[in-house]
Design a protein around this ligand. Sequence first.
Ligand SMILES: C[S@@+](CC[C@H](N)C(=O)[O-])C[C@H]1O[C@@H](n2cnc3c(N)ncnc32)[C@H](O)[C@@H]1O
Length: 406
Amino acid sequence: MDDGAIVVEELPVVDVGPVAHGGHCVARLDGQVVFVRHTLPGERVRIRITERGKRFLRADAVEVLDAAPDRVAAPCRYAGDCGGCDFQHVSPAGQRRLLTSVVREQLDRLAGLTWEGEVEAVEPDDLGWRTRVGFAVDDVGRPGLRRHRSHDIVPIEECLIAHPDLPRVLDRTWDAESVEAIVSSTGERLLVTDATIPDAVEHAVDGVVAVDGTVRGGRGALTERVRDHAMRVSGSGFWQVHPAAAVTLVDAVLDAAEVRAGETVVDLYAGVGLFTSFLADAVGEQGTVVSVESDHRASRDARRNLHDRPQVRLIGATVEQALESGPFGSADVVVLDPPRTGAKRAVAGIAALTPRRVVYVACDPAALARDLATFADLGYRLEHLRGFALFPMTHHVECVATLVPA
Ligand SMILES: C[S@@+](CC[C@H](N)C(=O)[O-])C[C@H]1O[C@@H](n2cnc3c(N)ncnc32)[C@H](O)[C@@H]1O
């Protein structure tokens, strides 16, 4: 009988198991797997189911009954609502433990490899690090970030992981669908938006040096500095987002590559030429670096950044096309830094260059593990792997793997 009373559905309680790749932990509810966000291994939490799939459920922890030692109060008031971060509720050291477990589990499950290393801290390891943030704009013009696995926009007035020197785009509404704020390591600031911005507004946005959109037909570019190298990066072209990422990865790649003067090195997925530039120093003018990048704007920036290096040969093509057309012969060392999807269709072509070392920079441990398994089938074994926490508060992790002939 409906007497008008409100029926409150009892939310289930689960015991939380290990962390899984993607920013959630694994639990079981009535025998079914549940991926639970905003919790930690070992916790007992009350959950709200957010998605019911055929093989598993997704859920959010809404009440913590038994907290894990790594739990902290989330510094961000939008944590749990905004989909930009996964681990606001975890201490920085705890986040690195989670990332370490994920890398180990992916390598073990997908490549049969045991990794005993730990994901390394990079400062800042909590807030104020993101030098490039793309905001979505809702239908009344408020900028925000999307909810996890949703197109809904959560309007926000501040983002704590954003670098404090970013142009302040959250103080106003936008007649646009998106707006990206960028600050470079040299302190230059850029806005990238899909809308025409009247000059008056451009100047009202916090002294921004350039706007890359339809304004003035303008095309903004920034200068990034890494040690003594200056590099031009156009608009929202690819550049590592953590302020210490470029130097951390350059050092890790050079250590791993052990390049000698006069050698031939191939740098695949080269962007604006970050690694190419340092590898060119390492091989010297008697050596060769072949650098492959498919994005036109990045290739154009690479040409400008590397025009004074006679030992560098730039190829504007996909890695797959470049490997197929075989302009390299063989290589002493191959460096690759593919997008999140990995380098599935390039691995055989890389092995065919018979390098004495392969250095694989990876932003997705699952794609890395899958490709390491293929490399193993082609006679290359993992010699060394480092992991870096370059995306604090999120589940993302960067790895640098060194492979050598088995
Ligand atoms: C993770 S970024 C690395 C860029 C550079 N190594 C750096 O650290 O600045 C990956 C780069 O690969 C490029 N890319 C993506 N797919 C590609 C493909 N199939 N062939 C060549 N380049 C590709 C992207 O445009 C991007 O510049």
